[in-house]
Design a protein around this ligand. Structure first.
Ligand code: FES
Ligand code: FES
Length: 164
């Protein structure tokens, strides 16, 4: 067992975790962030993607004990005061959400990209989401939505969100 401190969506969480406890378990089962989905638990599908210290990671492959002191962003931490983040708006507006199972991970992979590269090409977007599987949309609408968000996000939004 290990005592760790995480900052999740801006809130400090102190907890004791098992040595084998995965970050996805801590987020979903201990802290109640059910927007982080799980499926393969082997690093193959990307639905468990969250952002840790500014990088998108697969929370099914990460031990919570190794995240002590980390800042974690889950889908619940995007947007504020009931106002969806532009990526969430663009996904809905462009029809990039069908069953929605891949969507939280897809959006967080996109956010990690746009934080680093606010004006990505289609190829760069495709590369950024190539670890995130979608069984429904065929990806074109997802790429379109990310492109749309990149055009609409103002530089100040990027800065304030990435500092959360
Ligand atoms: S649950 Fe599939 S990559 Fe994590
Ligand atoms: S919208 Fe269903 S898996 Fe992507």
């Amino acid at each position: 067992m290990k005592n760790i401190t995480l900052k999740v969506n801006g809130k400090i969480c102190e907890l004791e975790v098992r040595d084998s406890e995965l970050l996805i378990e801590t987020l979903r089962e201990r802290l109640g962030f059910l927007g982080t989905k799980y499926s393969c638990l082997e690093g193959d599908c990307g639905v468990c993607t969250v952002i840790v210290d500014g990088k998108n990671v697969l929370s099914c492959l990460m031990l919570s004990a190794d995240c002590d002191g980390a800042e974690v962003l889950t889908i619940e931490g995007l947007g504020k005061d009931g106002e969806p983040h532009q990526l969430q708006k663009s996904f809905v507006e462009k029809g990039a959400v069908q069953c929605g199972f891949c969507t939280p991970g897809m959006i967080l992979a996109a956010k990690a990209l746009l934080d680093k590269n606010p004006d990505p090409t289609d190829k760069e977007i495709e590369k950024a989401i190539d670890g995130n599987l979608c069984r429904c949309t065929g990806y074109m609408k997802i790429v379109e939505a990310i492109k749309d968000a990149s055009r609409k996000i103002k530089p100040n939004d990027q800065i304030s969100i990435s500092k959360r």
